[in-house]
Design a protein around this ligand. Structure first.
Ligand code: CA
Length: 361
């Protein structure tokens, strides 16, 4: 009797589990036949070198890896929504996915700037360390969940240049009254140092410098700045890019759209974004110097280092403005704590590794 009862139990449990497997596999099969056509909005001009290539890389690779099941059509800034409305468009579900940088949303989420760049903060390599293995991604995901968004790192330019200037900088007093296009916390630092900060979209930098609306502008580095022709409208090219030492760009995915994807496509999307993240840094690393040589040798650009006293003032002010974006929100405090702890550790280790090696070669 007991044996028959046991057999019955085994039979029932087995049948249920088979039915469940069958259901799951039917769902998976349905999902594996579904074609997803997504639209991606970006904060860059379509196909712009470096920045605008990352979303294309992502789209091409995802289409190939998914065998055409996830197709992402990339739109440049202004084609569906203006650059500064990318966050909102993906958050609201107007489109499924976007590419940009977290610090563009500082008006809405000041603390998000930690996930792009903090002046005198992390290099590209260090940033990837914090995001992918230092707790950064978990915090970023928690923060963006409030906006129904899922963030994935989507590119990095490496250390930028301090920018293009039509006036010489020989001491901190030269910053007084200078009008510069410089976004994010760097812009706030520049204002406190006595300058005037102007927010100019990338596409308008050239004209603003040409017409004298601004005296200076930072964009990215030689590879991108040459493509914009900024050497035609400014004399001096200053370094180092204290304001953006290793800015991480972002892929943002609407949460509902992401969750509608089967597991394999979610992973393909994630891997596609991470491959674009790696690829962009490699592209800048490989192309920056050739562009710099062309700027100097063909176009006669004067490359200069910012004076030490200017760097010292910027550094002091950077600490100040960074502390100020941390509010009472416990998540904001946790993001800051995580960043600070990681920063101290990586800076200490890089004293005897990256920095020591670069100084010794
Ligand atoms: Ca920049």
């Amino acid at each position: 009797m007991f044996y028959r009862f046991l057999c019955l139990i085994v039979f029932v449990v087995f049948s249920i589990s088979c039915a469940k497997d069958e259901n799951t596999s039917r769902v998976n099969q349905a999902n594996s036949e579904t074609i997803y056509n997504w639209r991606m909005v970006t904060t860059w001009p379509k196909n712009f070198p470096g920045l605008g290539i990352a979303p294309e890389t992502l789209a091409t690779r995802v289409a190939k890896m998914s065998n055409g099941r996830l197709n992402i059509k990339v739109y440049g800034a202004g084609e569906i929504v203006p650059a500064m409305e990318v966050f909102e468009a993906v958050s609201q579900g107007t489109v499924q996915i976007g590419h940009g940088a977290a610090y563009y949303w500082k008006g809405k989420v000041p603390i998000a700037q930690f996930f792009t760049a903090i002046p005198f903060g992390l290099t590209a390599q260090e940033m990837n360390g914090w995001l992918l293995h230092g707790g950064g991604m978990e915090l970023w995901t928690e923060l963006y969940d409030r906006f129904d968004l899922i963030p994935i790192p989507g590119g990095n330019t490496g250390v930028q240049m301090a920018g293009w200037f039509n006036k010489e900088i020989n001491s901190i007093s030269d910053i007084q009254g200078m009008k510069m296009r410089i976004p994010g916390l760097g812009g706030e630092v520049f204002t406190r140092a006595g300058g005037e900060t102007v927010q100019t979209p990338g596409g308008e930098i050239f004209t603003s410098l040409q017409t004298g609306v601004i005296d200076a502008a930072e964009w990215v580095g030689p590879y991108n700045d040459l493509a914009f022709g900024l050497h035609q409208v400014a004399k001096y090219y200053y370094y180092p890019g204290w304001q953006e030492p290793g800015p991480a760009l972002e892929v943002i995915v609407n949460k509902k759209a992401y969750e509608s994807l089967p597991d394999d496509l979610q992973e393909i999307l994630r891997v596609g974004a991470l491959s674009a993240n790696l690829d962009m840094l490699a592209e800048y690393t490989a192309r920056n110097n050739a562009a710099l040589v062309e700027l100097v040798e063909t176009h006669g650009v004067e490359v200069r280092r910012l004076p030490e006293d200017v760097i010292a003032v910027f550094k002091k002010l950077s600490l100040e403005v960074t502390e100020e974006i941390i509010d009472d929100d416990p998540l904001s405090i946790r993001i800051h704590e995580s960043f600070k702890e990681y920063y101290q550790g990586v800076v200490d280790f890089h004293e005897i590794s990256e920095k020591a090696y670069i100084n010794s070669r």
